[in-house]
Write a protein that binds this ligand. Structure first.
Ligand SMILES: O=P(O)(O)OC[C@@H](O)[C@@H](O)c1c[nH]c2ccccc12
Length: 263
């Protein structure tokens, strides 16, 4: 459970000389009833952990694809409560670690302590809160700590060296290295110094470093994997699910493996 489950998953990736692959899906996109199927599929295809988004009305860091997925989920009237209840129901039907990605507001509305406790009941292993600055972390950190839920920090390409070091020291589970200055969404290429940025984070972080934002092709997965421990892929995974292109999802995941099983 929690931090331990995530660190075990990353240890296994390393043992196999693979890179981690963490797909992001929006909970409730397509209805809550398909969540089980998607989690099972991603686990079967070899994902390391799943980042599960909570739909929110004001998703400031999200690009068009994730925003649209959030709007579809909100139309299904899913809420943080209904998502946690569904996960609780599904507990035991999968083994893959689950990380929740939510803005701060839904956590506040739910109650921080109740949120942390219900995450444990739901088998949630880690949390990402993109709009919670380092300076305000005490609002949630002690409750997460009590439940041994990994509190995953995001570092950005524009963070100062000092801030990068602090985030790398504090993060739990993995360090989420945002690879672009901007919002989520697929892009054609990365800026030239992306390798330096990721390598410098690797040098200061005891936790695995995962690159995210804009990862959209097997080539990106391989390119970024040279400099860090793996990738997070959101918008492209959502696109591929929308197009029922499960082969495309499989190819992306296989690009993170040392010995891929598909060509
Ligand atoms: O969609 P992309 O470009 O592949 O980026 C990952 C991202 O979607 C996912 O991790 C995420 C969705 N919403 C976020 C908000 C902030 C940070 C990260 C996220």
């Amino acid at each position: 459970m929690g931090k331990k489950k995530l660190s075990d998953a990353f240890a296994k990736v390393k043992e196999n000389s693979d890179k981690a692959f963490v797909p992001y899906i929006m909970a409730g996109d397509g209805g809550l009833s398909i969540l089980e199927e998607r989690i099972n599929l991603l686990e079967k295809l070899g994902a390391t952990a799943i980042e599960l988004g909570i739909p929110f009305s004001d998703p400031v860091a999200d690009g068009p694809t994730i925003q649209a997925a959030g709007i579809r989920a909100l139309k299904e009237e899913v809420t943080l409560s209904s998502i946690l209840l569904e996960l609780q129901k599904l507990k035991g039907t999968y083994n893959i670690p689950i990380v929740i990605m939510t803005y701060l507001n839904p956590i506040f509305a739910y109650g921080v302590k109740r949120f942390a406790e219900d995450c444990t009941k739901a088998g949630v292993d880690g949390i990402i809160i993109p709009d919670l600055p380092l300076e305000e972390e005490e609002l949630v950190s002690s409750e997460l700590e009590k439940e041994e839920i990994a509190f995953i920090r995001l570092v950005s390409i524009t963070s100062t060296e000092e801030r990068k070091t602090e985030l790398a020291n504090k993060t739990e589970g993995f360090l989420y290295a945002v690879t672009v200055a901007g919002i989520t969404g697929t892009r054609d290429s990365y800026q030239n110094d992306i390798g330096e940025y990721l390598s410098s984070l690797k040098a200061i972080s005891k936790s695995p470093v995962l690159a995210g934002f804009g990862v959209a092709t097997p080539e990106h997965v391989k390119q970024l994997g040279q400099y860090c421990d793996g990738v997070v892929v959101g918008s492209k995974i959502i696109d591929l699910f929308q197009h029922h292109d499960l082969g495309g999802i499989q190819k992306l995941i296989q690009a993170s493996k040392c010995n891929p099983v598909v060509g």
